[in-house]
Design a protein around this ligand. Structure first.
Ligand code: NCD
Ligand code: ZN
Length: 346
């Protein structure tokens, strides 16, 4: 049994740090183990311009603990009004690594999202010219579509036509949750990749709904049935470079989750590498963890791989019931249970 593994320092290709007072804790949690992270732009006031991304980046940098190599890689939030000029400026300023497409109304703070993909065709063409990837929250929002089918239907209605129309566009389907998404990504061109979260590898909808509603497992896209969890474990551990690490760590204050209308999002950053190690170990695939966590994402984004390492050690550690979150508290993923691994920095 593997007890200890040294791997290239990982990167997180999908992370919500929020802003304001909580940044201190969210940045510290990610900066401990990760070298870089793609920072989601869905703040209350979404990050829609290069200038806003630069300002948000400087707020994040102020909170990076001394000695940490962490680098935030910024993104812009696409709206119906994102012009080609905004894209070109973002590329020229150099802080922005991707643009995020949220279908309007699909998830937390997505009210300003794109109402129809054909509203942004010329913007997508400029993204191709600027070599900036499109990050997709792949769910339809139609009221008549069951929440468990929203990803599958998004692929058929929107993603397949999009990649046919723009085969040169680099597309990351974020936080995939279904067999259909894993199959779509695996069979698409090399310009299409996907991130996978720890919660979708460790859990399925029974964990959220059997024996009472567990709001801390509620995230979007929502946890699916166990056959999809198995398909994601298979994709993540397959050694296929199209699948890489993106935690989608998305903290919300305890009272906003434990609420009659609770927010979507799981806070996983504090123990992310331990969660992934546990998931990979569950299917006896720890030897695939390094490439998924530390190589494939950097390669897809055209970034150099990190050169330093972290060491994962098998040992059990209690997960607190809550952690500080600005003036509030946040309940971490798997609160009250145990981590199966710890990370020792080297
Ligand atoms: C995210 C958030 O809270 O910002 N929530 C989530 O459930 N994943 C938004 C998102 O990535 O969909
Ligand atoms: Zn997210």
């Amino acid at each position: 049994m593997i007890e200890r593994m040294q791997i290239t320092r990982p990167d997180d290709f999908h992370l919500h740090l929020r802003d304001g007072k909580v940044l201190k804790e969210t940045v510290a949690a990610s900066a401990r183990d990760f070298g870089r992270a793609i920072i989601m732009p869905n703040l209350h006031h979404p990050v829609t311009t290069a200038e806003q991304a630069a300002e948000y980046k400087s707020q994040i940098i102020e909170q990076i603990p001394r000695g940490s190599p962490f680098q935030p890689l910024m993104t812009l939030y696409l709206t119906d009004n994102t012009t080609s000029e905004i894209v070109r400026k973002a590329k020229a300023m150099g802080d922005v690594y991707a643009l995020k497409f949220y279908p309007a109304g699909a998830t937390t703070h997505s009210d300003f999202g794109v109402t129809a993909l054909n509203n942004i065709f010329s913007t997508l063409e400029t993204m191709i010219d600027s070599n900036l990837p499109l990050l997709v929250h792949g769910e339809v929002t139609d009221a008549d579509i069951d929440i468990f089918d929203r990803e599958k239907i998004f692929i058929d209605r929107h993603l397949i036509p999009l990649v046919e129309r723009y085969p040169e566009l680099n597309v990351v389907m974020e936080h995939i949750t279904t067999q259909e998404a894993a199959d779509f990504v695996a069979s698409a061109s090399d310009n299409v990749a996907a991130t996978i979260t720890p919660q979708h590898l460790l859990y399925n909808r029974n964990h959220m709904l059997v024996g009472g509603i567990k709001p801390h497992f509620y995230c979007l896209p929502i946890l699916k049935r166990n056959i999809h969890q198995d398909a994601l474990l298979k994709a993540a551990t397959s050694g296929n470079p199209k699948f890489f690490l993106g935690t989608d760590s998305a903290p919300h204050a305890k009272q906003d989750k434990e609420n009659s209308c609770g927010c979507a999002g799981c806070f996983s950053a504090f123990g992310a590498m331990a969660f992934y190690a546990e998931a990979f170990d569950s299917v006896d695939a720890l030897e695939q963890l390094e490439s998924f966590s530390s190589h494939f994402g950097a390669d897809f984004y055209g970034l150099p791989r990190n050169t330093d390492t972290i060491t994962l050690v098998r040992n059990r550690k209690d997960i607190p019931a809550f952690l500080p979150f600005g003036d509030m508290e946040v309940v971490p993923l798997k609160a009250g249970e145990q981590l199966h691994w710890s990370v020792e920095s080297t």
